[in-house]
Design a protein. Structure first.
Length: 172
């Protein structure tokens, strides 16, 4: 399997910037939280990414790959496509769930069983607890993927603080 592309957390430019602005609208964020979107897109995209060999899908202005965790409830594999960026060799994931009231199951699974597969590689998942590190990573994430700010604002309405997950590569 090809190596996971390194994604520098740089602000989008040109057409990507326009696409990110569209993704950041309240309408789009509400669409992402809708039941049809969650049932279709959140399940279809991981299959498409695996079909493309964990390479970014055409016309996608951000890095995304399939995260596989072990379901804490039943032990079965749980696969979801997630947006990511790199912080050095580590991978940073923001379990936003589009600002919904609860954390996504994949985040809960990764915390319960930190050995995960991401983009074909094996990683150890760590929730970022240090406040300074969270502030630094949020600054990178907001610049790279502007919808995160909209998601955080929406999540705050429910009293939810969106966590940050760091994936550290496992050494053989």
């Amino acid at each position: 399997m090809p190596a996971l592309p390194h994604v520098a957390p740089e602000p989008p430019r040109g057409v990507d910037r326009v696409l990110m602005r569209m993704l950041s609208t309240r309408f789009n964020c509400a669409l992402e939280r809708s039941l049809p979107f969650r049932l279709i897109v959140w399940r279809l995209v991981p299959r498409l990414l695996r079909l493309f060999g964990n390479r970014p899908l055409p016309l996608t202005p951000f890095g995304a790959a399939v995260l596989e965790t072990r379901d804490a409830r039943n032990g079965r594999p749980h696969r979801r496509a997630v947006v990511y960026f790199n912080d050095g060799e580590d991978v940073v994931l923001i379990p936003s769930k589009a600002g919904m009231p609860d954390d996504p199951h994949w985040f809960e699974n990764a915390v319960a069983d930190p050995e995960v597969t991401f983009g074909g590689g094996v990683f150890r998942a760590e929730a970022v607890g240090d406040e300074r590190e969270q502030v630094r990573l949020w600054a990178l994430g907001d610049a790279y993927y502007p919808p995160y700010l909209t998601y955080r604002t929406h999540a705050a309405r429910y009293g939810r603080q969106i966590p940050i997950l760091r994936l550290v590569p496992e050494t053989p």
